[in-house]
Design a protein around this ligand. Structure first.
Ligand SMILES: Cc1cc2nc3c(=O)[nH]c(=O)nc-3n(C[C@H](O)[C@H](O)[C@H](O)COP(=O)(O)OP(=O)(O)OC[C@H]3O[C@@H](n4cnc5c(N)ncnc54)[C@H](O)[C@@H]3O)c2cc1C
Length: 353
């Protein structure tokens, strides 16, 4: 990688990050904090306009996710909460509550058997933690160390932080092949964080669509994300400011982001109504969907390809895992470090060659 040096000063590494989703912005902040000359190019005219990250729930839940994910997800995900607390004051550390309705209560034991770092709690403790769910549930799993954030506010905070550190964030600029070549010949390292936009270069990337609904009801409050287990219709509700709740999310092998089906909306709203019938009075504020970029094993990767460093494949863990990968990207670029757990072996070898 080329770096510039002025008389008496250490050479300054120059990086252009393409894509202002959570992957690109965490890399930008991490690199800028380590003194790198950073520029971010985003093809949309405004933050989040075509980013999967805009649709996310914002759960930072390494131990709940461990139930269905590889151990690496929990291992890397543990780094996220401290990173977000440091960079984004809106990070809420109230844990996660996992519930099941009476007929599904066996699901709780199955969930518990596949993960760790939870407390089994009963009716009284549920009522203490979430008074608006009192009397409705008799058993739950409580994951006290988990956290959540509002993804849209968090992305905006990352842009502000990157800019405060001297980075340039440019919207409405397509990181095309021609632009990338020019950047490289000007001595900049290019980090591609374009999510599904990188599918042509990364043939093993696929889309996993997630549909969600945002509702508002000020008479009801939750302090933490609540997950309701169900064999066919698992649901989560993430509280946000101003009486908003994000209700998610479907998992469909599809990259058709624009379409949200009646069935999905019905299922999400039926499940949230069953959590507390007061949700029946809520206002529907938004119906949306995003396509999660994923590799076959649903684990993210840092991968060199044709002179670019790709950071991609975050699947349903962008907010949970991006801080850990951003740190490793900075280590790779600044110290030529190697991280076998997220770096493709072939490409590590290629870079060293
Ligand atoms: C409904 C739903 C709920 C979710 N909930 C959670 C959750 O609770 N916790 C969690 O951790 N994760 C969650 N996720 C997953 C998370 O949203 C994704 O893993 C994450 O958004 C992927 O981020 P990314 O930056 O790789 O991609 P994106 O957010 O899609 O960002 C890519 C950016 O690159 C830009 N781009 C593309 N091509 C170009 C180009 N040529 N030039 C310039 N810019 C370009 C795009 O416009 C976009 O802004 C959820 C996802 C969905 C859909």
């Amino acid at each position: 990688m080329k770096a510039t040096a002025t008389h008496g000063e250490p050479p300054r590494v120059k990086v252009t990050v393409i894509g202002a989703g959570v992957a690109g912005l965490t890399c930008a902040v991490e690199l800028a904090e380590r003194g790198v000359d950073v520029e971010v190019l985003e093809r949309s005219r405004s933050l989040g306009e075509s980013a999967c990250s805009w649709q996310a729930g914002g759960m930072l839940a390494p131990w709940c996710e461990r139930e269905s994910a590889e151990p690496l997800v929990a291992q890397l995900g543990q780094e996220a909460i401290g990173w977000w607390v440091d960079k984004f004051p809106g990070t809420v550390r109230n844990g996660t509550l996992v519930l099941a309705h009476g007929r599904d209560v066996a699901e709780l034991s199955e969930f518990a058997a596949r993960t760790e770092r939870f407390e089994r709690i009963g009716r009284e403790r549920i009522a203490e933690l979430e008074p608006d769910l009192a009397e409705r549930f008799s058993q739950a799993l409580y994951f006290p160390t988990e956290a959540h954030l509002d993804p849209r506010a968090a992305l905006a905070a990352l842009v502000d932080r990157a800019v405060d550190l001297g980075a340039r964030v440019r919207f409405g600029v397509n990181g095309s092949t021609g632009v990338i070549r020019e950047l490289q010949s000007a001595g900049r390292t290019v980090v591609n964080c374009t999510g599904l936009g990188a599918r042509e270069e990364l043939a093993d990337l696929r889309g996993v669509k997630g549909e969600m609904v945002v509702v508002r009801i000020r008479e009801l409050s939750l302090k933490r994300p609540v997950r309701v287990l169900h064999a066919r219709l698992p649901l989560y509700v993430v509280p946000r400011e101003d009486g908003l709740f994000m209700v998610g999310a479907t998992m469909l092998e599809s990259d058709d982001a624009g379409r949200v089906s009646v069935r999905s909306v019905l299922e999400l709203l039926t499940a949230v109504y069953a959590l507390n019938p007061m949700f029946g009075e809520a206002e529907v504020v938004e119906i949306g969907s995003g396509v999660r970029p994923a590799f076959l094993d649903n684990l993210p990767r840092i991968r060199w390809r044709e002179g670019l460093l790709h950071v991609n494949g975050f699947f349903r863990h962008g907010f949970l895992l991006a801080p850990a990968l951003a740190r490793r990207v900075a280590d790779v670029l600044l110290a030529d470090a190697r991280f076998p757990e997220v770096m493709d072996e072939d490409h590590r070898e290629r870079r060293r060659a």
